[in-house]
Design a protein around this ligand. Structure first.
Ligand SMILES: [Zn+2]
Length: 340
């Protein structure tokens, strides 16, 4: 089975269907992978985060005809709110524009089983095994794709952002957690049920490592995530500061400098194995911490150069979509129909 094939929800006809969820998979029906929508079509995109969900209806240039944000409720209630946000955006269009909306995509955090259309687990939003099925396609009368938010954001940076033109690219999204995507030989690597680069849970601190939310100790995330940087700084100084503020203090505050050096070391240690295995030309940094800019890319490139002997250190650059990678990626995914 081609794991990169997205599952597309088709609008259900008016009569009740007796099909099981599996029987409507595109490949099971012999339907080709969804292709790009026409250039003059509009797409609806939803990016669901742990605290808010953002939505847009865009044309081929990426210009938004409607956009909106709603708070993400905890648990399965989040899915009703996704439906409401889509309803609100569609209601803002003229009838002519509404008829031009050709496809939607909903990108979700956590673990997503795209093939079976199940939101398996989200620690942040607190849902487990939610069957999505045709709930959005039936509601909006549109084909709807679902995907994993990091997969979509990384794919967008690779294909349309800082990585365009390169075949071998690692995208690292640095935020509350650390994860990303890997493209090798011009293909986005997907494994298992479609999950991609859980870089934050590569174990790098084998002595005195801190416990990680995943159950292991010494994961990259326990040192290099925004929350871990803030926690380490507070432990050293007794002062509370966010990661962005700590980056701002790096030239004047030796504690800030030490905490950030530790975070960069952990990140470099985590990436070294991946670089030896796949030799990416580029490492693209996205997510909230990428706002630190050269204060992050330069030390990380140095740390990688110090560690690598057999393979060249990849260039380290910032993503071009910034905090919009998820939503912009969702719109591009809806437009193109696959992460290819
Ligand atoms: Zn972990």
């Amino acid at each position: 089975m081609n794991r990169t094939t997205p599952r597309e929800q088709r609008p259900r006809p008016g009569t009740p269907s007796t099909e099981s969820p599996d029987s409507v998979r595109p490949e099971a029906r012999g339907t080709a992978v969804p292709h790009a929508v026409p250039d003059d079509a509009l797409v609806l995109a939803l990016d669901v985060g742990g605290t808010t969900m953002k939505g847009e209806i865009t044309d081929i240039t990426g210009a938004a005809l409607a956009s909106g944000v709603l708070d993400t409720p905890q648990g399965e209630a989040a899915f009703e709110t996704m439906g409401v946000l889509g309803d609100q955006l569609l209601a803002r269009l003229t009838p002519r524009q509404r008829a031009s909306v050709a496809r939607a995509s909903v990108v979700l955090p956590g673990i997503i089983d795209v093939e079976r259309s199940i939101a398996v687990f989200s620690a942040n939003v607190g849902w487990r095994d939610v069957h999505i099925g045709d709930r959005f396609s039936a509601r909006w009368h549109l084909p709807v794709l679902i995907e994993h938010d990091v997969a979509v954001a990384g794919w967008a940076e690779w294909r349309f952002g800082a990585g365009r033109g390169h075949d071998d690219v690692c995208v690292v999204i640095l935020g509350t957690g650390i994860s990303g995507t890997l493209s090798v030989g011009g293909r986005l690597v997907r494994g298992g049920i479609g999950q991609t680069g859980e870089y934050g849970h590569i174990s790098v601190r084998h002595d005195n490592g801190l416990p990680c939310a995943c159950g292991n100790t010494g994961c990259v995330e326990t040192v290099a995530s925004g929350a871990s940087i803030a926690r380490a700084y507070a432990a050293r100084t007794g002062r509370t500061a966010g990661a962005a503020e700590i980056f701002g203090l790096r030239d004047t505050d030796t504690d800030a400098k030490a905490v950030l050096a530790d975070a960069v070391d952990a990140l470099a240690d985590g990436l070294v194995g991946l670089i030896h295995a796949t030799c990416p030309e580029l490492i693209i940094l996205g997510g909230g911490l990428a706002g630190a800019g050269a204060a992050l890319t330069d030390p990380l490139h140095r740390a990688l150069t110090e560690r690598l002997r057999l393979v060249p250190a990849p260039e380290v650059v910032l993503g071009e979509f910034g905090a919009r990678a998820g939503l912009a990626g969702a719109a591009l995914f809806a437009r193109h129909g696959e992460l290819a």
